[in-house]
Each structure stands twice: as C-alpha cells, then as structure tokens.
Design a protein. Structure first.
Lengths: 550, 310
C-alpha cells in the first residue's frame, strides 16, 4: 500500500511538471495584458466592439457596416454625415456652387493633409471615383455613383474612366457633372464610396493597399493606428485633421466579438463602453441607464408574388393578407428592441421633404391591422376566385428570430383568414435571394434598407420589371410618377415630393406588398460616453463628436 | 519504414486531391454569389463583378484554373476580405487556434490520465465515484455550455480571469479548460478501464511475485500498456478539438480560424471555403499519420504487422 502511494505521487509530479512546461510557452505574452485591463478607466478612451473584422480599408471596395463605420472615423469625403443625417462640411470648404440646371457642382477644397503629410487635392477625388467605376476594380457599390455623368457607361466598360463627369479644375477645385440633378446629392457625397484616394500612395502599395493599418492613408478625425485582424483595431486622434479641436476622443479600441452573450459579459466587466443587445437581452437591461433604441431605416415586409398564382393576383386577397396580422405582437414581443409596426413602405424618421416635415407626416398610413376589414376583403377574394380553401407558401430566412416572426405570421394569417393554410419554407439567406430573383416563391418575408437618403430608394423598387420588383407588380401610374420624379420633377422639389407620396399611396392601395415592421437596434452604452451620433443611411454611427468622461 | 512512410504520404496527397475536388464541386452547388450586397445589385452590375473574378466561366474551367493555382501553392484571394490572400489569412489565424488546440489536448490528456489512474487505483472508493462522475459530466455537457458558465462565473462574477479576447496566457485558460473537458473525460474513462484490466492481468501478478517495486510495475508495465488505447484516441480527440474550437473561439472572441471557416460558407466566399477546408483536411490527415507512427513507437507488434519495418 505504501508503495502504491508513492507511485501516485510520482505520476502526479510528472503530470504537474508537464502541465507547467506546456503552459510556459504561452506565458511570455502575458506582460502586456496588464495594460489592457486598465484601459477602461481613462478619459476619452472609448472601448467598442464589432461583430466582424474590417474586410478592407480600400474605400472603393467598402460594402459593409464595419467598413462604413471605421472609414467614417478615419477618412473624410467632401462632406460628412452629421446629426439628423444632414451633410456637414468635410474636405469641401463651404457650400457647393450649383449650376442653374442643378447638374454641375463646383466644390472648393480646404487645406487638409493625408496622414503621410501630402495635401488632399481635387485629383485625389478624381482618381478615387474613377477607380470605383473602373470595371477592373469590381466595386460592389459602384452603382451608388450612377448619378454622375457617364458613370454607368464607364462601369460597364462602354466608356473610359477618363470620360467620367468629374474633373480637377485646379488642386483645390473640383467640378462634378451629373446625369440628373438629384436633390440629395450632397448627402450622397458623404457615402464611403465617394472618399478620395491618393494615387501615388495607392500605386506604391499595389495589391497591399488597404490590407494593413500602414498601407492606407487617413484624412479623418482619427487614424487607424493598429489593426490585428479578427482580433482588434485601435484608432487614435489625428492631430493633422482640419477640425481636430472638435475631436475629443484620444483613443478608440475596438474588439471583434462575434457572440452577443460574450459582448454583454465584456460590458458587464467594464471592458466595453457599448454593447448592441439582441432581443433576448432587452428585458434584462431596458430599465438600466444608458439603454437606448435607435430606429433603423430598414423596413421588413412580405413580398407578394403576383405571378405565382391567382390568389395573390387578386387585390382583395393581398389586402386581406396585409391587414390580417397584429404587427405589435412582432415588434413588442418577438423583437422587443425598439422596432415599430410599419403601416408604410418608406420608413419613419428617414427623410424630410422641402417643407422640413418627415415623409411620414405628409404621407398617410396604410394597411393598418384591421381584422374585420381583412375578413371582408378575404370573403370578396374567395368569391371572386371561387375557392373556399387556399394554400400559400411563406418563404423566410432560416435564423431563429425570422423563424419566430414567420411562425407568428402563419398563426395570425391562418386564424384570421378562414380557409387559408400557410406553409412555411425557411431557407438560408443566399438561397432565399436566389428563389426571390427567380420569382420561385409565393409570399416572402424580406427586408430593405436605403442606399441613399431619398424615398426613391424604396419606391422605384416596384416599377414594372424593375430588377428588385421580383413580384410581377405593375401599375402604369406608379411607373409614370417614378419616371417623372427621376427626371422632369427634379427641379421642382415640392412637386417631386408630392409625386413620391402619391407613388407610395398607389402601391399601398394595390397592396403591392404587405408591410410588417421597421427595425431598430437596442444599445446599452456606458453613461460616461456621450455624443455618439447614429445614422439611418451610410455609416451606422459617427464618433467625431463623441467623448468619454470617467 | 521509409517505403511505408512514402506510401502513406502518397495516399495523403491523393486524399487531399479528392477532398479538394469534391469540395470544389459541392461548393459550386451553393446558391447565390459571393457578393455581399447581392440583393442590391441588378443582374448587369453583378455580371461586371463576377466577370472580373472569372466566376462566369463554366465550372470545369474554374476547376482547372483553381487546381492549377493550388498546385502552385496559390489559394487565391478572398471575396469578403477584399483581395486579401487566403494563404495569408489562414497564416494569421492559425496561431491562436493551434495554441488553443495544443494546450487543450495536452492539458486534457494529462489530467485525464491522472484522473483515470487515481480512480483505477482507488477503485470503488469515493474518489473513484467522483472521478467517474466528472468523466460522465464531461462527456455529456457540450463544451459551449461549460464555456458559457465559466465565462459568466469566473470572468464576470468573480473576476478571476479575463472574460474574453486573446492577449496573453491568462486569456487562454478558460477556453483551454472548456475545450479540454471532453478530452479529460474521454481519456479518464479509457485510462481507468484499461488500468483496471491490466492491473488484474497475469503478467502484473507475475511481476509482483518477482518482487518488482510498485512504481516500477506501474510505470514500466501497467502505464505503458494502458497508454496504447489512449494514443488511438488522440486522433479522434484532435478532430473533436478542431470542431469544438469553432464554438469556443466564438464565445471567447479568439481570432482563430474556426469562425472564418463557418463565415466563409455563409457568405459564399469560395476561395476561403476551399482554403480552410483544405487546411483542416491537411491537419486531419497529418494527425492520423502521426498517430499511426506513434502507435508503432509504443507497440512494436503494430510496427511489424504494418509491414514497413525492416
């Protein structure tokens, strides 16, 4: 027995020494972790998280929320998006000079420097924009520039990049020619795709441009000082920035955290100053200081494929469907993150008309939940179709939340519309898109966010044979008004606005689609942090005006 | 032994070639394009981009192109991470995954062996029951549940260890623990039953009768034989760790390769799917290879029947 004890002791010793040896290799890096644990305590140091790494810092290729947010902090275009999503001065000094017909913009640049000391010139914009539209760049957001003269032709290779409607009159003066005098062009200029790029630097970096923190140039309020891929990145205040005195934050640390629970845990332990909450966390934190919901301009709705069967061709059937579900059940119970029921297609708090009023104040609300009216329309539809029982397929995304929303919709539609059976079909995101493009669906829960700050980004979706229509909906009156709003009415802002209001009204009266909700996100922010500006278009948020006082 | 190894190497390359081919064609069956904003682009605009990347070519042509590049060691450029080379991406992300996996398997095996020995020696005592209970729990509780509990209690409530991230040794402790639970449990269970069997076998009795000391019996005779099945286990365990680390990396915000793999599939990032699949395949094949060799080292009988030894 005594000897056996010794053997255990021996084995234990062996094991312990092996564990210690194995650990020894990793401990060399533990020194720097001491610093990181106190970085939460300083003034004007903001600790954030993102769910994914920055795909690229090449502004021509930017296509995702993280890139847009980071580029907003470290770069600057002619204008930048300020509070209430209005364009404020950036590299441009003062207001643009706009020609009588609204198609020629002349913009003076201020004296500003890139982070390598070179001045930011008009040529940097010319180079950057031509690069975006050059088909060799294969930029996904090239289409956002299609309002510039010859842009579409350049992008499809029919014209040379040099024929694009932008030229540098001198180092500090830029002239832009437009295809159409779009009223929101100044706000559009804040979009990341319109950022300047320094040709000499980009050429020098070659295929490494935009891939590391030191293979990009910065001209924004901050610079990207450190970028550890998939791990974290650090932004520092840019002392060379023209408006540096406005900028209060010294350092912004961003961790890549993919799991919401982990994000919340990091917030709880004081390592993050802000966390984006998913629905299941809202109840726990909604009473806490620093809880806030931010409405997005994303509207979720049911696509109703009017080519798939006779039922959805019938306007009464479509109306019945659009009015037969209680939207608050989705927004207040399932989503629970500040999302609101949508009785419209153009979102609330998104754009204001020439009168300064929100689009939604001018336009009415349509297709509100009304079970009785839904039942009436349904009875009419049944009569017209000569059918008593009907089946419809409902396509949706396969994530947990969409699944719940879809099941809820099924239950509501089936219990309120007698004789209707809804068959749910859940598909991964890309597969769902393919089915919609092929119009191989009947009803589909879909979302749409804005590309530019104008109701048109929603309304021209439903023109006859539009590439995003995907439902066979066609109303000549809608087509005509959309066409006018894009051409002849451009110079008469009020008339254009009225036309847009009318387009939405027509679409809703036809129940071209069945609106469900306007999405919001819920944040929990450390009360020490102030001045983060949230946007409904372009970057999700701006940090230029933020500060932290511990 | 050389001939044997060469033969094994040939089969390894063949296996990888077949995996690459199957993955390539399966991947092409995925719906949708790798474009991030596919739903926003008109068909014409999509064409412009897909043309540039050669994705409008017939699939067999794409396959030949890909394989030609692959043979030259070029894994291509990522779509989601605009123009970043896949080789570089894997290179950057392999470090944390490898460190985590290595620590988990080393720690798990050692603790598992210990636990197994203790419960075998203390057979049918409280200690044995406790160790067995731990083993059963370890096998039945998924590692992500354990990870979540660890993170909440040790990290947030008691603040003993950092909640997440990858910035130094103390950041690796919780993920290593979470990932090694399954290893500990599996190894302990096998170790216990093997040892029990061996300790009651004739040759141990003989050794005792000859007056060999207890530690010597334990280390020279019992342990060495009991380790054979453990080594067989290491292969599947290593694979288990690789797949388990997908979740653990996510929970502890570790910049590893697992998350990359999952994400690339969801976003149709073709080159990254191929790159990471091949990477995992290589790792898997190599692990099997090493286990086979180790097996030979520990048990001469296998070397002989393997036919390779001269």
């Amino acid at each position: 027995m005594h000897k056996r004890k010794f053997s255990i002791f021996l084995v234990l010793m062996l094991a312990v020494s092996a564990v210690l040896a194995a650990c020894g290799g990793g401990s060399s890096s533990s020194d720097d972790s001491g610093q990181t644990s106190d970085k939460g305590g300083e003034n004007n140091v903001l600790n954030l998280s993102e769910t994914q790494d920055i795909p690229s810092m090449d502004s021509a290729l930017a296509k995702d929320a993280v890139s847009f947010a980071v580029m907003d902090s470290v770069m600057e275009g002619l204008y930048r998006l300020g509070e209430d999503d209005k364009a404020v001065e950036g590299m441009a000094e003062g207001e643009p000079q706009i020609s009588e017909d609204g198609k020629t913009w002349t913009i003076k640049l201020r004296d500003a420097k890139w982070s390598n000391g070179e001045p930011v010139t008009a040529n940097d914009f010319v180079y950057g924009w031509r690069k975006v539209l050059n088909p060799d760049t294969a930029a996904e957001y090239a289409y956002i520039m299609y309002d510039i003269k010859n842009a579409a032709a350049v992008n499809s290779g029919k014209m040379k990049p040099e024929e694009l409607g932008i030229k540098a009159i001198d180092d500090k003066t830029l002239e832009i020619q437009l295809e159409n005098a779009v009223p929101y062009f100044k706000e559009l200029l804040t979009f990341a795709t319109f950022l300047p790029q320094n040709e000499a630097f980009v050429t020098e970096q070659g295929d490494q441009f935009g891939l590391e923190a030191d293979t990009v140039l910065y001209n924004g309020p901050f610079t990207l000082a450190e970028w550890k891929h998939e791990d974290n990145f650090v932004m520092k205040k840019n002392p060379e920035y023209w408006d540096a005195e406005t900028v209060k934050l010294e350092t912004i640390n961003t961790k890549i955290v993919k799991d919401t629970q982990t994000d919340v845990n990091l917030f709880e332990s004081g390592e993050l100053d802000r966390v984006k909450l998913s629905s299941e966390f809202v109840d726990k934190y909604k009473e806490q200081d620093g809880f806030q919901t931010v409405k997005e301009a994303s509207v979720f709705f049911l696509r109703l494929n009017q080519t798939s069967n006779d039922i959805l061709k019938n306007v009464d059937a479509r109306k019945a469907i659009a009015m037969a579900y209680d939207k608050t059940g989705i927004t207040d119970t399932l989503l629970n993150n500040g999302s609101v029921p949508a009785d419209y297609f153009v979102p609330a708090e998104f754009v204001q008309g020439p009168d300064g009023k929100d689009f939604r104040e001018t336009a009415g609300s349509y297709l509100q939940t009304d079970i009785d009216a839904a039942k009436e329309h349904w009875a009419k539809a049944k009569k017209a179709l000569g059918q008593d029982t009907m089946e419809l397929e409902l396509l949706s995304y396969d994530d947990d939340l969409s699944k719940k929303v879809t099941e809820y919709l099924k239950e509501q539609l089936e219990s309120n519309l007698e004789g209707l059976t809804v068959n749910i079909k859940l598909q991964p995101f890309k597969q769902k898109l393919d089915l919609e493009t092929a119009m191989d669906y009947e009803m589909s829960l879909a979302g749409w966010g804005p590309d530019y700050p104008d109701p048109m980004t929603y309304l021209d979706m439903y023109v006859t044979d539009g590439s995003h229509n995907q439902s066979g909906y066609s109303n000549p009156e809608v087509d005509k008004l959309v066409q006018q709003a894009k051409t002849t009415l451009l110079t008469d802002e009020q008339a254009r606005w009225d036309a847009l209001v009318q387009v939405e009204k027509l679409m809703m009266e036809d129940a071209a689609l069945a609106p469900v909700y306007q999405r919001a996100r819920a944040y929990l922010t450390n009360t020490d942090a102030e001045g983060i500006v949230y946007h409904k278009f372009g970057p999700d948020y701006s940090l230029k005006w933020a500060s932290v006082t511990r | 032994m050389v001939k044997y190894t060469l033969k094994r190497l040939f089969y390894m390359v063949l296996t990888l070639f077949i995996i690459a081919t199957i993955t390539f064609f399966l991947m092409k069956l995925l719906p949708g394009s790798p474009l991030t904003n596919q739903e926003k682009l008109s068909p014409d605009q999509q064409e412009i981009i897909l043309d540039k990347y050669g994705l409008n070519d017939p699939v067999p042509v794409q396959y030949v192109n890909y394989m030609t590049n692959l043979v030259q060691g070029d894994l291509g450029l990522s779509f989601q991470y605009d123009n970043r080379s896949v080789t570089q991406m894997i290179g950057e992300r392999i470090g944390p995954s490898a460190e985590l996996g290595f620590q988990a398997i080393v720690f798990g095996t050692i603790v598992g062996i210990l636990l197994g020995i203790v419960s075998a020696l203390k057979h049918n005592t409280i200690i044995d029951y406790a160790a067995t209970t731990i083993a059963v729990l370890g096998i039945s509780i998924p590692s992500f549940v354990f990870a979540g509990l660890l993170q909440y209690f040790v990290g947030v409530q008691w603040q003993l260890l950092p909640v997440a991230s990858w910035e130094g040794f103390e950041y690796t402790i919780m993920p290593t623990l979470a990932l090694s639970v399954f290893v500990i449990a599996t190894v302990a269970r096998y170790m216990r039953s093997e040892l029990l069997e061996i300790l009651s076998s004739d040759y141990i009795t003989l050794a005792r009768a000859k007056g060999v000391s207890a530690p010597s019996i334990m280390i020279k005779h019992a342990l060495r034989n009991a380790l054979i099945p453990i080594i067989t286990l290491l292969g599947p365990l290593a694979v288990n760790i690789m797949t388990g680390s997908l979740v653990i990396e996510r929970i502890f915000a570790i910049p590893g390769i697992g998350e990359q793999f999952v994400r690339s599939i969801n976003t149709n990032d073709f080159t990254v799917i191929m790159g990471t699949t091949l990477f995992y395949s290589v790792l898997f094949v190599v692990v099997i290879f090493i286990v086979d060799i180790l097996y030979g080292v520990i048990d001469p009988r296998i070397r002989v029947s393997g036919g390779g030894r001269k």
